[in-house]
Design a protein around this ligand. Structure first.
Ligand SMILES: Cc1cc2nc3c(=O)[nH]c(=O)nc-3n(C[C@H](O)[C@H](O)[C@H](O)COP(=O)(O)O)c2cc1C
Length: 301
């Protein structure tokens, strides 16, 4: 079975990647798994300036998931390019740099700097961040802003450009369409769902930031339904994520219309999950007589 997946002008060797923010800059896992077996590493969101992130505690367990408020802690674009990217050059998998900013110009400057690196395969754009020039609402909640941001970035690169959608909106399909009209090569969904845990003893939220993002198996049915709806509203590929722990979970995303998947919280439990998922997708596909990843599509009306 041909496991490759076309995104824009390039091809991922296989559909299984590891999700941004849950896999550091890749090298943190190099003694645990063979990184070259992955289809892609989506690196931790990088911003123009280094960020210390939110006040701790930053993670709390929830039923079948975790709530995090890391707050985009990262080394900043210059250290990312000089210290992190060269290490990733050792691996044959696609290195997809995830970027964020507080204004459209921040994103553009970030991408321009990353274009200097030949090691990076493509970009994933995190639009779940507050837009400071637009009242602090997340970029990803407004289709007009998403189209403007995407088309601004599109002009700066020929590499694959993936827009990562936030589920914290009323109509995610309108945001996906805006990304497609702006020239995105794919969308990935979903980022985390906003949540809160309160300690009834102290009567205070557990997380230092009060609210956080919910991830893990608890959100998988939400992610699968979103992929199903988004796939039917655009023609570019959809990359599915949210709560994948097993090959069966990933196959649900593929049947819903995803062309590739990412594993996030799952790797905290077992870094071997991406490899098991890839083997399971291949076994299932071959058992069904599929020749390519696209053959997973079309079963669900
Ligand atoms: C601790 C943690 C940190 C995260 N950091 C980022 C990040 O920096 N950028 C981003 O786009 N998504 C980030 N995410 C979201 C994940 O990439 C993913 O969209 C989400 O967790 C759903 O997938 P999962 O249930 O497999 O974890 C983070 C998630 C977790 C749990």
């Amino acid at each position: 079975m041909d496991l490759s997946v076309a995104i824009g002008a390039k091809k991922l060797l296989n559909p299984v990647g590891v999700a941004s923010g849950t896999f550091g800059y890749g090298s943190e896992y190099e003694n645990l798994i063979d990184l070259s077996e992955l289809g892609a590493i989506y690196t931790k969101t990088v911003t123009l300036e280094p960020r210390a992130g939110n006040e701790s505690p930053r993670i709390v367990e929830t039923p079948s998931g975790i709530l995090n408020s890391i707050g985009l802690a990262n080394v900043g674009i210059d250290a990312f390019l000089s210290k992190k990217v060269p290490i990733l050059a050792r691996y044959s998998c696609a290195i997809i740099s995830n970027i964020a900013g507080s204004t459209v110009d921040d994103y553009k400057v970030c991408l321009e700097k990353l274009e200097e690196s030949e090691i990076l395969w493509g970009y994933e754009v995190n639009i779940s961040c507050p837009n400071v020039s637009h009242g602090g609402l997340a970029f990803g909640t407004d289709p007009v802003t998403v189209e403007r941001l995407t088309s601004g970035l599109r002009k700066l690169t020929k590499k694959p450009l993936i827009i990562k959608l936030t589920p914290n909106v009323t109509d995610i399909c309108s945001i996906a369409k805006a990304a497609e009209s702006g020239g995105a090569d794919a969308v990935s969904c979903i980022n985390t769902l906003i949540g809160m845990v309160i300690d009834t003893r102290t009567k205070k939220p557990v997380l230092g930031n009060r609210t956080g993002g919910l991830s893990g198996p608890a959100i998988r049915p939400v992610g699968v339904a979103i992929v199903y709806r988004v796939k039917r509203s655009i023609t570019i590929p959809v990359i599915g994520l949210g709560g994948i722990m097993t090959a069966d979970d990933a196959i649900q995303y593929l049947l819903a219309g995803a062309s590739a998947v990412q594993i996030g919280t799952g790797t905290f439990v077992d870094p071997g999950i991406p490899k098991q998922v890839l083997r399971g997708i291949k076994d299932y596909g071959e058992g069904e007589g599929f020749e390519k990843i696209g053959d997973f599509h079309g079963y669900i009306e």
